[in-house]
Design a protein around this ligand. Structure first.
Ligand SMILES: [Zn+2]
Length: 75
């Protein structure tokens, strides 16, 4: 029989302090290929979505938020 000793260590996860979330968006209207690749400013992506709506009338978008996370051991 093999025995194992398991130790549980408490951790926490937070956004990395030196990173900004990256945001991207793509239009969900029909087969519209319009998309914005990751930018560090959600506001800039929102403006581009609104410009796309103004030009095409397409008003539904999928937005993706990506950040860098860091896990640290609780002391
Ligand atoms: Zn579109």
């Amino acid at each position: 029989m093999t025995r194992a000793v398991l130790r549980y260590v408490s951790h926490r996860i937070t956004a990395h302090p030196d990173s900004d979330p990256a945001v991207s968006a793509r239009c969900l209207h029909g087969d519209c290929p319009w998309e914005v690749h990751a930018r560090s400013s959600a506001k800039a992506v929102d403006v581009e979505c609104m410009q796309h709506t103004g030009l095409t009338g397409h008003g539904i978008f999928a937005r993706t938020y990506e950040d860098v996370a860091v896990v640290v051991r609780n002391e």
